[in-house]
Design a protein. Structure first.
Length: 130
C-alpha cells in the first residue's frame, strides 16, 4: 500500500509541476504582450508629438496637430474627427468627473471652434487662444 501511495504522491507532484510550468509560461507570454503594447503606446506618443501635418487614414483629408490643455491630439476638421491616445482620453474622462474642471472649458471651446470653422494652422493651441 505504501508503494501505491508513493506513486500517487509522485504523480500528484509531477502534475503540480506541469501546471506551475504552464502557468509560468502563460505569465511570461502576458508580460511579453504587455511590454509590446507599452512599446507601441510609447511609439505612438512620440509620433503624435512630432506630427505636424498629414492625412487622415479614413478618407485622406488633412489632419493637424492640436494642443488642448496640454494634451496632443490629431484633428481632421474636414471629416469632423479627432485622434487621441488612450492616456489623453482617460485624463479627459477623469476631468469630466470633476465639478471645477479647468480643462473641460478648453475642450468645449475646441469643439465649438472646430464645428464653426477650423483654421489651416499646423498647430492649434487652445491655451493661447484663451
Amino acid at each position: 500500500m505504501s508503494t501505491t501511495s508513493s506513486w500517487d504522491q509522485l504523480k500528484k507532484v509531477r502534475e503540480e509541476e506541469y501546471f506551475l510550468k504552464e502557468e509560468r509560461e502563460k505569465v511570461a507570454a502576458l508580460k511579453a504582450k504587455r511590454a509590446k503594447s507599452l512599446e507601441f503606446l510609447t511609439e505612438t506618443k512620440e509620433k503624435m508629438e512630432t506630427f505636424e501635418r498629414g492625412f487622415s487614414p479614413l478618407r485622406g483629408m488633412s489632419m493637424f496637430r492640436a494642443n488642448i490643455a496640454g494634451d496632443l491630439i490629431l484633428d481632421c476638421p474636414e471629416e469632423g474627427t479627432v485622434t487621441m491616445t488612450y492616456d489623453v482620453l482617460q485624463a479627459l474622462l477623469k476631468e469630466a468627473k470633476k465639478a471645477d474642471s479647468e480643462i473641460l472649458p478648453k475642450w468645449e471651446m475646441f469643439v465649438e471652434v472646430a464645428l464653426d470653422s477650423h483654421s489651416d494652422d499646423t498647430v492649434v493651441d487652445i491655451d493661447e487662444a484663451i
